[in-house]
Ligand binder design. Structure first.
Ligand code: QAP
Ligand code: CO
Length: 192
């Protein structure tokens, strides 16, 4: 179990096209645990392997990290309407059917503090392997479908800011570079 360092855009690791997993073994299962640890530590709802610079086609999603569904019937109904049932791992995911359009105000752990609208498919059917290597298919919609498409983009080396205008992207790039420059600065105990 380990929280890994999430790469901040722009970072060459985020542009890598991840390779298919050929064997769902204990190394992959250890990676999956780390992806969940890292996602929960940063209060995210989705994380792709690419974001921690591991270029294999693995992603995790939990639309309800605070388990609000247990206490709130409205949250429960909304999650159920998207067909979300709990924390999910997708290995080598493929969208085999899609329909409709939905615009969502997206964010990303690799672009902290930034959100903007992206147009996606509203309904998708996805086929993938689970953590035991068994194939399954899943129909989902709304935020669940948006999250899977967002994370699958990461596996293809694409970050949501690439859908925005060059102007917006350049502003975001400057903010992120400034953020990264600040993080690299060592805190000085006795500034003088
Ligand atoms: C991807 O995003 C996603 O800016 C997951 O300061 C986004 O978990 C799927 C986060 C939208 C569907 C819809 C972002 C946390 C988390 C931030 C996330 C931040 C702290 C983003
Ligand atoms: Co992201």
């Amino acid at each position: 179990m380990a929280v890994r360092k999430i790469r901040i855009w722009p970072d060459p690791a985020l542009s890598e096209k991840a390779k298919p997993v050929t064997d769902v073994n204990d190394d992959i299962r250890a990676l999956i645990v780390d992806l969940f640890d890292t996602m929960y530590a940063s209060k995210g709802i989705g994380l792709a392997s690419t974001q921690v610079a591991v270029p294999y086609r693995v992603l995790v999603i939990d639309l309800d990290p605070k388990q609000q569904a247990a206490r709130d019937a409205e949250v429960r109904e909304e999650l159920a309407s998207w067909n979300f049932t709990g924390p999910l791992v997708l290995i080598n995911p493929e969208i085999i059917k899609s329909s409709g359009e939905i615009v969502w105000d997206e964010g990303c752990l690799s672009v902290p503090g930034i959100t903007d609208e992206v147009k996606r498919k509203e309904n998708i059917t996805v086929r993938a392997l689970d953590r035991r290597g068994n194939e399954f298919t899943l129909e989902c919609s709304g935020l669940f479908a948006v999250a899977i498409q967002h994370e699958m983009d990461h596996l293809n080396g694409k970050v949501f800011v690439e859908y925005l205008s060059k102007l917006k992207r350049d502003v975001i790039k400057r903010k992120m570079l400034r953020l990264k420059a600040g993080e690299e600065q060592q805190p000085v105990a006795e500034a003088r």
